[in-house]
Design a protein around this ligand. Structure first.
Ligand code: ADP
Ligand code: MG
Length: 699
């Protein structure tokens, strides 16, 4: 949709405009006037003839023309009535500032639904209710009661918290942060974060989309769209609060380990969204993204007038996995021929404590010319001879002359650097009050560049027997059976190309002995009951049974002990199974997140998964690279590759297993949770076995 009539309306009516200072209806009108809005402004209030020198109208109709945008600052209960008037008049864009809707409970929710219904029928789009309003700096539109119009800049900010937006406006004014637009989205009754992010993606004034969100509506679609938009411009989000829906009681390992927090984390990663922990961090990042070019790679050159901060920066660069640029011979020569003999002409370039603006200027210009340098970070401490102001001016000048590479500064101090900092801010040079803040920003910039240039995601599709799975799942759903037992889980897995151990169910000790003989020793025995989810917990798994006698004894023991431990369990018998050759046990799992869909899990398997918690997550469908990355993201990976003389296992087969499972859960949305635990893998070339599996369906 186009937001033109919200952000650039030819006329605006404020229903509920007031002449009383301090009232929202006054603040918005006065903000509109003082921002210098160039269109027609109509205050509507039946108790006043004139407000702030503008003619006031008793109602919308008496304006005599159709206002392009209507802002409502009236009691909640009369909002539906005024919406009807908007509908009759033909206004298509409404901002509802008024609170007292969904956020106050059932009655408010009903009222909000009524308002939305009127809007839908009339083709009206709504921002709000329960919001602060919107700002567009280029169009001098301050339809908001959060503060004065900020400077023009490249950051668009959308916030689900109105109060936070007011704080941001205050910070922005103090730090000269420029914005293209600010939007308080309130209750998101109609227009939500995704509509706005999509619009901002095509907004030329916006270089960076930043926001604060408490919830994301339609997570699936959000991820898909955000992934596309992140290629156009960076999205920086603060996401607070976990969703209650994500915290459903889980019966699988994966379900109990994957919270909604993990889902957000992986969803953001997939979409290339840069997640921020605080407002400070968000603006640290945003000022660099909006004012500087992106670095080609991660090689950082540091220029400093003091050793200490130089070392701090070097430590931060190292610990963040960035590279310390190795300066070109020519650069070193040039620096050596001009800087004093005591200066360090290698990275970090130390221009010495008595450096004035000229040395900084020369060092910066030289470093920017070096082909081995992708980013320059300038550190300054206010020593006796330091000229913070002159240095700041020089940095702004050089960076404008050589705009291809990003330049960031970290002027450390307070009063003595204040003037310099102001010059840097005005000159669009991102300035940080700590080396960590600056280096963290360089890090996210390089990560974003890497994300953008990653190969196109290609999800491999394996030939599978989909029909078979469909039959099993449909039968369960028809009969209202939520848990798919081990046998049928394995049939499903086999249909998707997994291998499982051979075996059959025995209902008597003799039968168990016969099956074991046919399979060949050693065998494994497992209690067979739809009511027992984790068999080992009740002593229901015996491995390494080597004779008919051992098998018979194990059968009798299980049948005697387990009903005592779990009297309500319906026991169907004992599964006698071939024993896998030794290998490493890993877990492949999936938990369907209510917002983002199937969330895949990989980790160290066996009966200790929940204790060790060495797991990683990724949203399905998985590409081969993503599946491999999931392995690399765990500590188990090192063990799997082989440590201390131990032979490694077939890593690619595990990645393939994850991809096959990802295909299964993508093709069958009825599967809510599932685990293959253990998935036993051996050396390269061997076939991994899905030893134990379980899944729950949505019935
Ligand atoms: P549960 O998870 O319900 O306790 P499993 O079938 O996963 O039951 O068995 C528990 C453990 O027993 C596995 O993690 C594995 O170490 C071992 N195990 C089970 N079946 C086999 C088998 N067929 N071959 C080798 N080891 C097995
Ligand atoms: Mg198991």
């Amino acid at each position: 949709m186009s937001f033109e009539s919200f952000f650039n309306p030819k006329s605006v009516a404020i229903v509920g405009a007031s002449s009383q200072k301090g009232k929202v209806g006054y603040e918005i009108l006065s903000n509109m006037i003082s921002a210098g809005y160039g269109g027609k402004l109509y205050p509507v209030n039946n108790k006043a003839d004139e407000i702030e020198g503008l003619k006031c109208y008793p109602d919308l109709e008496s304006i005599g023309s159709v206002p392009e945008l209507v802002i409502l600052v009236i009691p909640a209960k009369i909002v539906p009535m005024i919406m009807q008037q908007c509908a009759k008049l033909g206004t298509k864009s409404v901002i509802i500032i008024t609170a007292g809707f969904k956020e106050v409970g059932k009655e408010g929710k009903a009222l909000e639904e009524k308002v939305v219904q009127i809007a839908r029928e009339a083709g009206i789009r709504i921002i709000g209710p329960n919001c602060l309003g919107i700002i567009d700096t280029a169009n001098k539109l301050n339809a908001c009661f959060g503060g004065d119009l900020p400077d023009v800049g490249g950051i668009a900010y959308l916030s689900q918290s109105g109060a936070l937006l007011a704080a941001i406006l205050d910070i922005a004014t103090a730090n000269k942060i420029g914005f293209s637009k600010l939007i308080s989205i309130g209750n998101k009754a109609d227009i939500g974060e995704l509509d706005l992010i999509k619009a901002l993606a095509n907004d030329d004034e916006t270089k960076v989309i930043a926001g604060y969100l408490e919830s994301i509506t339609d997570g699936d679609e959000f991820v898909r769209q955000a992934e596309k938009i992140s290629h156009i411009k960076p999205i920086l989000l603060i996401k607070s609060g976990s969703t209650a829906a994500g915290a459903t009681a889980a019966s699988s390992h994966t379900g109990s380990l994957a919270g909604s927090e993990v889902a957000y984390e992986t969803a953001f990663e997939r979409a290339g969204i840069i997640r921020c922990e605080s407002i400070k961090q968000q603006f640290d990042y945003a000022q660099a993204f909006s004012n500087q070019p992106l670095p080609k790679d991660a090689r950082v050159a540091v220029i400093t007038n003091a050793g200490g901060p130089g070392i701090m920066a070097a430590d931060a660069i190292e610990s963040k996995g960035l590279k310390f640029a190795k300066l070109d011979e020519k650069t070193i020569e040039k620096l050596g021929s001009t800087l004093p003999a005591a200066a360090n002409i290698h990275n970090p370039i130390d221009v010495l404590g008595d450096s004035m603006a000229d040395r900084y200027s020369f060092a910066l210009s030289t470093a920017l010319d070096d082909p081995n340098v992708d980013v320059v970070l300038i550190l300054l401490t206010p020593q006796a001879m330091t000229d913070a102001k002159g240095t700041a001016e020089a940095i702004v000048k050089i960076s404008k002359e050589k705009p291809a590479k990003p330049v960031l500064t970290c002027f450390l101090g307070a009063n003595k650097i204040a003037e310099g900092v102001e010059i840097l801010r005005n000159g669009k040079i991102p300035q940080y009050d700590s080396t960590d803040g600056a280096v963290a920003t360089i890090k996210v910039m390089t990560e974003y560049v890497r994300w953008k240039s990653r190969p196109k995601r290609v999800v491999k599709l394996f030939p599978v027997n989909r029909r078979k799975v469909e039959n099993i799942i449909e039968r369960h759903i028809r009969q209202g059976i939520r848990e798919v037992g081990e046998t049928e889980s394995k049939e499903i897995l086999e249909a998707y190309g997994f291998f499982t151990p051979k075996g059959s169910i025995a209902t008597t000790a003799d039968q168990a002995g016969n099956i074991a003989e046919q399979l060949g020793f050693p065998v494994v025995m497992k209690i067979w009951s739809p009511d027992i989810l984790h068999k080992s917990d009740v002593g229901g798994v015996k491995v390494g049974l080597k004779s008919v006698q051992e098998v018979k004894d194990a059968f009798d023991l299980m049948m005697y002990r387990i009903p005592k431990k779990q009297p309500d369990a319906h026991i169907l018998g004992v599964l006698v199974q071939e024993m896998c050759k030794s290998g490493k046990e890993v877990i492949l799992g999936m938990n369907r997140d209510p917002h983002f869909g199937p969330l895949m899990m990989f980790g160290m398997g066996g009966i200790m998964v929940e204790v060790l918690k060495d797991v990683s997550f990724h949203l399905a469908p998985l590409t081969s690279d993503e599946a491999k990355q999931m392995l690399i993201d765990t500590k188990t990976y090192k063990i799997l590759k082989g440590v201390r003389g131990q032979q490694g296992v077939d890593i690619d087969k595990i990645a393939e297993g994850l991809q096959r499972l990802s295909q299964l859960v993508t093709e069958f949305p009825q599967i809510l949770e599932m685990d293959i635990n253990p998935f036993v893998v051996g050396p390269v070339g061997s076939t991994p076995i899905a030893v134990d599996a379980r899944m729950s369906l949505e019935v």
